[in-house]
Design a protein around this ligand. Structure first.
Ligand code: BGC
Length: 748
């Protein structure tokens, strides 16, 4: 490679070699578009085709002859996936690829803190760079439409504004490292059940108002260098080669100049892949090749079949040059960016970052009589019950599964923090998923337990009876039909008879704390008999330390829910309207396994709290909800004007005071309500928020500014965003159901 580069560095003048300038494509001082053009002009047809598809599970070849490096991708989005074999999903068995696992993206969204999101992106970007990866497959921003979606834990919740705001700093942080973020899964991959064959139909209004804003922000504000097409279909065409999504919206409307990567095996048709905006095909044995066939890359849709069509003159090379141009641009931004940092893996700083994200994302859902934080001066014995107190959660769940440098379990975290002050006793309580292996990475835990449900319960009750506090740590895990890729949950209820255990614990000890570990809402039929409830997410390497510091009050909780906890499934639009999961029932009778399932989003724009507000349903815990160990008093919100003109902004001001005795953080939320509109509108929509840290007694003035974008709806008929003059109301609150004050204003 060096030799080739040297040759390129010479030109020949009347037979005498003289040292020439660096070729344009290698010259970092030249504008990137010139470099792209120059590189393209030097490449053969075969070299170009080679760049548009994988050469291994996670890489594409580059152009060795020109010294253009390979492109290496990695999962994403919670940590850097262990190296896998060239041709297999199995881990390669390296001894130097153990990472820090950061909290799942639902937890990040729950921080409602863009600075924390930047810290996340920067830290994971550094890990990716150290591992010499050019594309990080994440973050995910599919909207949380049903609590059954097995992959919600990889996304940022139900609200387009929140996820759009939180995704941008993550991308910037990653890309500061010369690593491309790859935002996924574009678009409408809102369930895992039959994800390859579900055809989504919805109104343009729902598409633009609910499902696209986070992707649009990722492109236009985050400047993401790549995006991943999703597995599902939209309007009858797979998203990985869907002209409307990729060409019309992503490139033409949003001006995306990065690489569209297919989801692995998401391509189904060569011509569509050529013409509809896909750039780079990755796969899992595609093109009719049977599962497990090795080195199938030449058969990929954008490999030999593409080359053949060009050679036969059936398609031209314009699209090929566009694809390769996009890939070259990414290479110049990443691996051929000579100014990029070197990164670091598994560093103490990354562990600390993971812990901070976890501490800020944990949500205190309920705290009757201020049971929490645990009073270490009074507690002599603390009983910890539940499998999730000990189970490693970084192994499993699908492609986001990790091989971690370490993972501190909740039980270990609690023992470390309080073991010298109080006795911690542990009882399993129930057996859920004792397995712990993913693609050759083993958790190393032996969680097999053959005791009966009654025996496990009896042990837990015995421990609980004599304890000062009982902490039940349960919820879901990352096994099939829990929170796991490729499967959806079967029900909203907690699995493995956990409700019985919780109910019985509540009877024997009134100081019961339930910590729910999940990336999804769960039903809580025992909500009235459990004083303290904490949403604990999947917290990664520092799970136990983050959780312990919140439980004992080293840190006051400040997370707010990024999605609604419904009481029951029927309180969710997609379920109430009976459409989830599409016409799968009819197809169960069908003999064609690959038949498409049609799913129309009749819930339209009414997703999450928008549905609950419209139907006047009281959620179990509303969107934006989260308590602290201190209290906050809001002043009366005001606006800087009563009437706003179309191109102006309006600023709302509210004071927030910490009225308790300890430091805490509050997320001030701004919802906009359109009082009268030509089209039906949600009761209110989140359009601004700010997280503030306040010392005891401290008061701060929070300002939130919006422009007419915050007042607009998407009009299908006009294909345009419309801010309709008329009366609006700004609602300022501590959650979507705890509005502290309203300010009327008008748009002229
Ligand atoms: C997932 C992607 C992932 C890819 C590579 C696919 O099955 O849907 O999110 O990035 O595999 O592991």
């Amino acid at each position: 490679m060096k030799f080739k580069r040297m040759l390129l560095g010479f030109s020949f003048l009347i037979g005498v070699p003289v040292l020439a300038q660096t070729p344009t494509y290698q010259d970092v001082s030249k504008p990137i578009e010139e470099r792209v053009k120059d590189a393209l002009s030097r490449m053969t047809l075969e070299e170009k085709i080679a760049m548009t598809h994988a050469q291994s599970k996670f890489s594409s070849p580059g152009v060795p002859r020109l010294g253009i490096p390979e492109v290496w991708a990695t999962d994403g989005p919670h940590g850097i996936r262990p190296e896998v074999l060239w041709d297999e999903w199995e881990q390669a068995g390296w001894t130097n690829d153990s990472c820090i696992a950061f909290p799942a993206l639902t937890c990040l969204a729950a921080t409602w803190n863009p600075e924390v999101s930047h810290l996340y992106g920067k830290s994971i970007g550094e890990e990716a760079r150290y591992r010499k990866k050019d594309i990080l497959l994440g973050p995910g921003v599919n909207i949380y439409r049903t609590p059954l979606n097995g992959r919600n834990f990889e996304y940022m919740g139900e609200d387009p504004y929140l996820s759009a705001t939180m995704v941008v700093p993550y991308i910037k942080g990653v890309q500061e490292n010369g690593v491309a973020a790859c935002v996924k899964h574009y678009a409408l991959n809102n369930q895992e059940f039959k994800r390859h064959t579900t055809n989504v139909n919805l109104s343009d209004r729902a598409l633009y108002e609910i499902y696209l804003p986070a992707f649009k922000a990722a492109v236009q504000e985050g400047g993401t260098w790549s995006i991943m097409g999703s597995y599902n279909l939209y309007q009858g065409i797979h998203a990985c080669h869907n002209k409307r999504l990729l060409q019309d919206i992503l490139r033409d409307e949003w001006g995306f100049d990065g690489v569209v990567v297919s989801d692995w095996g998401g391509v189904h048709d060569t011509e569509q892949a050529i013409f509809n905006g896909l750039d780079l095909e990755f796969g899992s044995w595609t093109n009719g090749l049977s599962d497990g066939t090795r080195s199938a890359y030449d058969n990929y849709y954008l490999a030999d079949p593409y080359l053949k069509l060009i050679r036969e003159g059936k398609v031209g090379t314009k699209e090929l040059d566009e694809k390769v141009g996009n890939i070259l641009r990414l290479i110049f931004r990443t691996s051929m960016n000579t100014g990029k940092p070197f990164g670091s893996l598994g560093s103490p700083e990354h562990g600390k970052a993971g812990r901070t994200i976890g501490e800020e994302g944990i949500v205190l859902l309920q705290n009757t009589n201020n049971l929490l934080p645990i009073d270490l001066n009074k507690a002599k014995t603390i009983a910890v019950v539940g499998e999730n107190a000990i189970k490693m959660m970084t192994v499993g769940g699908g492609s986001s599964s990790l091989k971690v440098k370490y993972e501190i379990s909740p039980l270990d975290g609690l023992v470390q923090r309080i073991g010298s002050k109080a006795k911690v006793v542990y009882a399993r309580g129930y057996v859920g998923d004792p397995t712990g292996e993913y693609n050759g990475v083993k958790s190393g835990q032996d969680l097999k337990d053959d005791r009966s449900e009654d025996e496990l319960l009896a042990e837990a009750l015995a421990a609980a009876k004599t304890a000062d506090y009982v902490i039940f740590i349960g919820g879901l895990n990352k096994s099939n039909n829990q929170d796991c890729e490729d499967t959806d949950r079967a029900a909203l209820e907690l699995p493995y008879a956990q409700n019985r255990v919780i109910n019985e614990l509540a009877k024997v000890n009134k100081n019961l704390i339930v910590v729910n570990i999940s990336g999804n809402a769960v039903a809580m039929p025992w909500v009235k008999s459990v004083p303290a409830i904490v949403q604990g997410w999947y917290l990664g390497s520092e799970a136990g330390t983050a959780l312990a510091s919140v439980l004992v009050g080293d840190v006051a909780p400040s997370g707010k829910l990024p999605f609604t906890f419904p009481v029951r499934l029927e309180d969710v639009g997609a379920h109430k309207l009976g459409e989830y999961p599409g016409n799968a029932g009819e197809l169960a009778q069908s003999t064609h396994a690959g038949d498409t399932i049609n799913e129309t989003y009749h819930d339209d724009i009414y997703v999450g709290y928008r549905w609950a507000d419209k139907e006047k349903i009281q959620p179990l815990f509303p969107f934006g909800h989260g308590l602290s160990y201190t209290t906050f008093a809001y002043g009366k919100p005001t606006a800087d004007k009563q009437t706003m003109t179309a191109d102006a902004t309006i600023t709302f001001t509210v004071t927030v005071k910490n009225t308790g005795t300890r430091e805490g953080q509050e997320v001030v939320q701004l919802y906009i309500s359109d009082k009268k509109s030509s089209l039906p509108r949600p009761v209110k929509e989140l359009k601004g928020f700010k997280k503030v840290k306040l010392a005891p007694g401290e008061e701060q003035t929070v300002t939130l500014t919006i422009d007419q974008k915050a007042l607009s709806y998407f009009d299908d008929a006009k294909h345009a965003w419309i801010a309709e003059p008329g009366k609006f109301e700004a609602l300022v609150g501590s959650s979507s159901r705890d509005i502290k004050g309203a300010v009327p204003f008008e748009l002229r």
